[in-house]
Design a protein around this ligand. Structure first.
Ligand SMILES: Cc1cc2nc3c(=O)[nH]c(=O)nc-3n(C[C@H](O)[C@H](O)[C@H](O)COP(=O)(O)OP(=O)(O)OC[C@H]3O[C@@H](n4cnc5c(N)ncnc54)[C@H](O)[C@@H]3O)c2cc1C
Length: 466
């Protein structure tokens, strides 16, 4: 017999916990520290610990756990690495966390078809390490050390999306456990299919509210023959963004183009030991043949010059490039380090690229007036940018200010035909914007949810308003 955890919001009955313990033995955890860590992730939201954490060893295990939860009407929160940023993994009313982090098998590599099938707990670094000798790589690269399952569940992207696409474009097929425990495979490995509804894309971005992804097949790419990077400083953000818009509109196949504002550069210099000029700066990368990358870089430089750029520095050697991109991926922690005991409220929006200059310019006044440090950083080639609001999580005044600023940002983006989140997802943090963004389509989403999860046990309180 197990002692029922003391979480006041608990809805998991003793009978359900006993059944899970019988199924999982010591792969069921009830300790508070472990539950708390699983109820928060990296987001600014307060932790909402689940009543228990399950560690399945494979798809069949997940199916058995879900059947127990369905029989006892217990809420289920899937968990990858907990790097999500919008309160995705909080067990808002108790329930059970299913942590897929121990499911790390590379199931099948089909180098000749440029795809690989992995278990959901494989992280993007683990996958790329595994691929090292093959000449192939997987390009989607969110900053956190996230799992492929979590990335598919949040429809994640990263610095490479402008060239290689997001998880939406790169997931070929999924194995998933549905809310009643049924195991499905959403598609074959064929690159195209016109056969039936696209369940792959329904589950990609569903944040654990429709099913649990246990395996996924993703696309791979050949490592480009040549990769060159450049750092380009501008007198103001408008000039930097105008350069990016021109690059995209001219069809320069840039692989990465990231905007860092002067505050972000200041934080990065301190955290990563760089000495970049504190100016709006583009980090760019070009992939292709040596001649092709040189041509792309020349064109980008010309467009930058046309927009009054201050400096253009190429970084062709691998060490400098890696140092640069490591610094970019550590931006979240660099800005957090600007204020002791602070937490970063990281929010992202995305607009059509031609509306990006206006969206960023209109947001600048808010940033300048804010009483706390705010960093702007963006995957601007996609029209996607982030604000990192460095706040004291114990200050109601700062939280209220951050919420109001975030609200204005999202409404501005939606008014510009954009979205409340380009890549972080909805979680519980952006749920209140779903009606504004989707209108009547929200009702269709709710109908899909009711059909696939009639008991409402799959990650309740996320993505869709009740
Ligand atoms: C420093 C930093 C930088 C980041 N940069 C980016 C970025 O550039 N681009 C970007 O897109 N995101 C970024 N993120 C956010 C985060 O890394 C992504 O959302 C990532 O995809 C989450 O993966 P995870 O494995 O940590 O999932 P988790 O946080 O564990 O879970 C995320 C959501 O998916 C669900 N879920 C997890 N696994 C499964 C599964 N197997 N089946 C069904 N549902 C599941 C969970 O219930 C939850 O709702 C960043 C985060 C940090 C901390």
């Amino acid at each position: 017999m197990l002692d029922r955890p003391s979480n006041a919001a608990s809805r998991t009955s003793r009978a359900a916990l006993d059944a899970l313990a019988e199924l999982l033995g010591d792969r069921l955890a009830l300790g508070y520290a472990e539950r708390e860590q699983h109820g928060r992730g990296e987001s600014y939201h307060a932790a909402s610990p689940p009543d228990a954490v399950c560690y399945p060893a494979g798809t069949e295990d997940v199916s058995r756990i879900v059947r127990v939860c369905a029989a006892h009407k217990v809420a289920i929160v899937p968990f990858g690495a907990g790097t999500s940023l919008e309160g995705h993994v909080g067990a808002l009313n108790g329930g059970v966390c299913i942590d897929l982090g121990r499911m790390t098998r590379i199931v099948a590599l089909h180098a000749e078809d440029l795809d690989v099938t992995v278990e959901a707990g494989v992280t993007r670094h683990q996958l790329n390490n595994h691929l090292r000798e093959t000449g192939l790589f997987f390009p989607v690269d969110p900053g956190g050390e996230s799992t492929l399952g979590g990335m598919a569940a949040t429809r994640a992207s990263g610095t490479n999306a402008v060239r290689y696409g997001t998880m939406r474009e790169n997931v070929v097929s999924l194995t998933a456990v549905m809310a009643d425990g049924t195991v499905i495979r959403t598609a074959s490995r064929a690159r195209k299919s016109s056969a039936g509804y696209d369940l792959t894309r329904l589950l990609v971005g569903s944040e654990g509210t429709l099913g649990i992804i246990t395996e996924l097949t993703v696309r791979l790419y050949g490592i480009p023959e040549a990769q060159t990077a450049a750092i380009c400083a501008f007198p103001d953000a408008a000039a930097a963004v105008a350069t990016v818009v021109a690059m995209v509109q001219c069809g320069i196949p840039v692989a990465r183009v990231e905007l860092l504002d002067p505050r972000t550069i200041q934080a990065v210099n301190r955290f990563s030991g760089l000495a970049l000029a504190e100016a709006p700066t583009l980090f760019m990368e070009f992939h292709g043949s040596p001649a092709g990358t040189a041509e792309q870089m020349g064109l980008a430089e010309e467009l930058g010059r046309h927009n009054g750029m201050l400096s253009f520095e190429a970084a062709a050697d691998a060490d400098t490039r890696n140092r640069l991109w490591r610094a970019r991926h550590n931006v979240h922690y660099a800005i957090q380090a600007m204020r002791p005991n602070a937490r970063v409220w990281s929010t992202d929006v995305c607009v059509p690229i031609s509306n990006l200059p206006r969206c960023i310019a209109d947001t600048q006044a808010d940033i300048d007036a804010a009483p706390f440090f705010i960093a702007t950083v963006g995957h601007v080639g996609d029209g996607n940018f982030h604000l990192g609001l460095v706040i004291d999580p114990d200050s109601p005044a700062e939280l209220a200010e951050a919420e109001a600023l975030n609200d204005r940002l999202v409404r501005r983006a939606i008014a510009l035909d954009g979205t409340c989140t380009g890549e972080h997802g909805v979680g519980s943090g952006k749920i209140r914007f779903m009606a504004l963004e989707h209108g009547a389509a929200l009702g269709v989403m709710q109908a899909v949810k009711s059909a696939l999860d009639p008991l409402g046990i799959m990650n309740p309180g996320k993505v869709l308003p009740a």
